[in-house]
Ligand binder design. Structure first.
Ligand SMILES: NC(=O)c1ccc[n+]([C@@H]2O[C@H](COP(=O)([O-])OP(=O)(O)OC[C@H]3O[C@@H](n4cnc5c(N)ncnc54)[C@H](OP(=O)(O)O)[C@@H]3O)[C@@H](O)[C@H]2O)c1
Length: 270
């Protein structure tokens, strides 16, 4: 499996997103994904499925090969809450250690230095191997990298052809952090897009595969979600073709400011 190197940490370039997967279906999907070659699973406290994700990882029999990410919810960023909630996540996942722990969303009501101090403590105590952030803007990345005592290995952000994220991607690269693309097929919106369909036809691939390929070809990690086994296979079959420079540029031209994930608590986006 291809990986992206961030400060010595090797993150598998494709993972399974699990938001909205629940119960036995979630555990089964995670297990199937790992059997099909996925080596990276993305969950979060907010998804309320850490237990099932852990079950799927264990059932696969390949725990040692898999990178499991979970994220601390924004209401748990005060140090005491963070520690308590992360230990609860580890217990739900039934893992020896969390591989990658992220701040899910920034919360301006808790000083970032305090949160990052608690995140670093989780790493020092062996609760997590690595730490990082999600939904951080250029300004927040500046602040975070200044105050964190431990390296921040990634920023997980919304990223697909319909949204121009060039500024924040450049900032991640400047700080040596991997970019992890969430909603990488625009919640399914890649399917049916005329350009992606046309390029797909030329390569014998589907529009979602072209969309994912466009991201990984830029060295961006993708975590597409699906509830369907056949799509697990479709979404990972993106390493046997390459887009031309002209195709890469044409796809970049699809940007139209389409932000899918935006909440009242979102930071001021770049
Ligand atoms: N950090 C954050 O704040 C944040 C925010 C959002 C998401 N995430 C993470 O990123 C993951 C992915 O993002 P997402 O779930 O928002 O969106 P996504 O992966 O871009 O899209 C998922 C949707 O696309 C459909 N789909 C999947 N593969 C397909 C294919 N090959 N052809 C057509 N449709 C397909 C799925 O439906 P079916 O189930 O019917 O296949 C589902 O409705 C999440 O699961 C979560 O782990 C993180």
């Amino acid at each position: 499996m291809q990986t992206v190197d961030a400060k010595g940490f090797k993150l598998p370039i494709i993972g399974l997103g699990t938001w909205d997967l629940r119960g036995r279906d979630c555990a089964r999907l995670v297990e199937q994904a790992i059997r099909l070659g996925y080596r990276h699973i993305d969950t979060a406290q907010m998804y309320d499925n850490e237990r099932e994700v852990g079950e799927g990882v264990h059932a696969s029999g390949r725990r040692a090969e898999v990178t499991v990410t979970t994220k601390v919810q924004p209401t748990m960023l005060a140090p005491h809450d963070l520690e308590r909630s992360v230990k609860a996540s580890l217990a739900k996942l039934r893992l020896d250690v969390i591989d990658l722990l992220l701040i899910h969303w920034p919360n301006p009501r808790v000083p970032l230095a305090e949160t990052l101090g608690a995140m670093a403590k989780m790493k020092r105590e062996g609760i997590t191997r690595q730490i990082g952030v999600s939904n951080f803007t250029v300004a927040l990345l500046e602040e975070a990298t200044k105050v964190s005592s431990e390296p921040l290995v990634c920023n997980q952000i919304e990223c697909h052809p319909f949204l121009d994220q060039d500024k924040v991607i450049a900032a991640c690269r400047q700080h040596g952090m991997a970019v992890v693309a969430y909603s990488p097929i625009a919640r399914g919106g890649a399917k049916g897009d005329a350009l992606l369909e046309k390029i797909g036809k030329a390569h014998g691939k589907t529009a979602p595969q072209v969309c994912l390929r466009w991201l990984v070809q830029q060295g961006i990690v993708v975590i597409p979600r699906t509830s369907k086994r056949e799509r697990l296979e479709e979404n990972i079959a993106i390493f046997d073709f390459a887009l031309t420079d002209a195709e890469m540029t044409a796809i970049a031209g699809l940007a139209r400011g389409e932000r899918i994930v935006d909440w009242t608590w979102s930071p001021k986006w770049d």
